[in-house]
Ligand binder design. Structure first.
Ligand code: FAD
Length: 413
């Protein structure tokens, strides 16, 4: 018998971890869960729970074990092979290292499975464009198989300490998040097809009041759809595919530079003395900066666990540039709230906006007023989230921009 350890692969289509005579396993890692926000946990465990329900139709189940019991579980099952779903997150890699140690003890074959378009390799890219042109695996294809056959041939095992996934799911459930975002695997695929046929993505993707983006990041995060399938559906939509490529790029960036989770990618930035002003940070978090487009985005984030990409850029730029606050604080806050919170994407993008990541420059400062005029000209988005009475701006935008530029130049000397 073999084991397949799933991490963020809760789908029945295009899933290399579903194989005959192989028991699907999820390792419940309490420590790892503490790092995640409630919104992510709510949607994540809903998908784990529903995935298990699908297996039950075939008389199978997802065995959920505690991380601390991995050793005794392996001792009992005596697997020939363990397939492990690898991703770049440090905790996932720690678990893989732990498995390597257990491999020495129990002599099973350990096969890492990387279910993303481009496999990891040594970092040799100077920029995203370089990666996109030379390495991005655009032709990654979904694997086609007979779902009934595969699911009915999965392995099972009796494990007396197994955790009841329904209890975990109910413990983390945030009903508004589940109601707003949960949809079945078939619907995710159909909605993406429909979105890409109906919407002019290239034209509309920057306008937060429109339905100009797919929201597929939520489902990619939990693995309810694979990147391969999303790319297959997008076919020749080059802009959409290039956005998926950005996520591939940031995944490999984190894989090759795990320290970027809390250290600037660009060494020149590592001695920058960022502000940690609590009052300004609280005003930003609560959407009370007095800058409408920033506040609308932050209100949407705290109410819905979601923010449009354009708003994420504007809010992050305002925090790190106009307020000179440490990007790590903003990154942690976004991570705690976003329903699509993903370490590689969040860190990569925060560092890009702050100026210390790849493909970026220190002097790009988004002017929220110009952004508003351009991307929300009728204030349709803003008025959805803001009340009539508004606080006074906590900073003067022009002055804080000039101060930031002088300050950062002196910091980078
Ligand atoms: C400060 C900041 C923090 C972010 N944090 C996250 C995060 O935690 N999780 C996350 O998935 N994305 C994050 N992003 C990237 C981006 O905002 C989201 O991927 C996007 O908003 C998801 O919406 P969508 O699926 O409707 O995008 P679409 O426009 O429909 O794009 C399709 C897919 O392309 C990929 N993509 C699009 N834009 C980006 C980008 N800038 N970087 C990487 N991949 C991209 C995503 O997989 C996305 O689902 C962040 C961006 C910023 C500026």
């Amino acid at each position: 018998m073999n084991l397949s350890i799933l991490t963020r692969d809760f789908r029945i289509y295009d899933n290399e971890l579903l194989q005959s005579d192989t028991i699907p396993v999820f390792i419940y890692d309490e420590y790892n869960q503490q790092e995640h926000g409630m919104n992510l946990k709510s949607i994540f465990f809903k998908y784990v729970y529903e995935f298990n329900n699908k297996l039950k139709h075939y008389g199978k189940e997802l065995i959920v074990i505690r991380y601390e019991e991995l050793d005794s579980f392996i001792m009992k099952v005596k697997p020939n092979t363990i397939y492990y779903s690898l991703d770049p997150e440090p905790r996932n890699r720690d678990r893989f290292e732990n498995l390597k140690e257990l491999q020495r003890k129990y002599k099973f074959k350990l096969i890492p499975v990387w279910q993303f378009p481009t496999p990891p390799s040594e970092w040799k890219f100077s920029s995203f464009t370089h990666f996109y042109r030379t390495a991005f695996n655009r032709s990654a294809h979904p694997k086609i198989y007979n779902v009934d056959e595969v699911l009915s041939s999965l392995g099972t095992v009796e494990w007396e300490n197994k955790i009841d996934i329904e209890t975990i799911y109910r413990g983390y459930r945030v009903s508004e998040i589940e109601e707003k975002y949960y949809k079945d695997e078939y619907k995710i695929v159909n909605d993406l097809k429909d979105f890409l046929e109906r919407v002019d993505y290239e034209r509309d993707r920057d306008y937060p009041a429109k339905e100009g983006t797919s929201k597929i990041s939520i489902y990619l995060r939990v693995g309810a759809i694979s990147h391969r399938t999303a790319m297959y559906i997008a076919k020749n939509n080059n802009r959409f595919i290039s956005e998926i490529a950005w996520s591939d790029f940031y995944r490999l960036l984190l894989w090759n530079f795990p320290n970027i989770v809390d250290q600037e990618w660009n060494p020149k930035w590592r001695n920058v003395r960022w502000s940690r002003d609590q009052n300004l940070f609280e005003a930003w978090k609560n959407g009370e900066t007095g800058i409408d487009i920033v506040d609308a985005g932050m209100k949407q984030l705290s109410r819905e666990g979601w923010m449009h990409n354009r708003l994420r850029m504007i809010a992050a730029s305002f925090l790190t540039k106009n307020l000179k606050i440490d990007w790590r604080l903003g990154e942690r806050y976004f991570y705690s709230k976003l329903v699509d919170a993903d370490l590689a994407q969040n860190v990569g993008n925060w560092q890009w906006v702050a100026g210390c990541g790849t493909d970026t420059v220190y002097f790009r400062v988004f002017n929220p007023l110009i952004q508003e005029r351009k991307f929300d000209p009728n204030r349709e988005y803003i008025t959805r989230y803001l009340e009539f009475s508004r606080p006074k701006p906590i900073v003067n935008l022009d002055q804080s921009r000039e101060e930031y530029l002088d300050w950062i130049k002196s910091q980078l000397k």
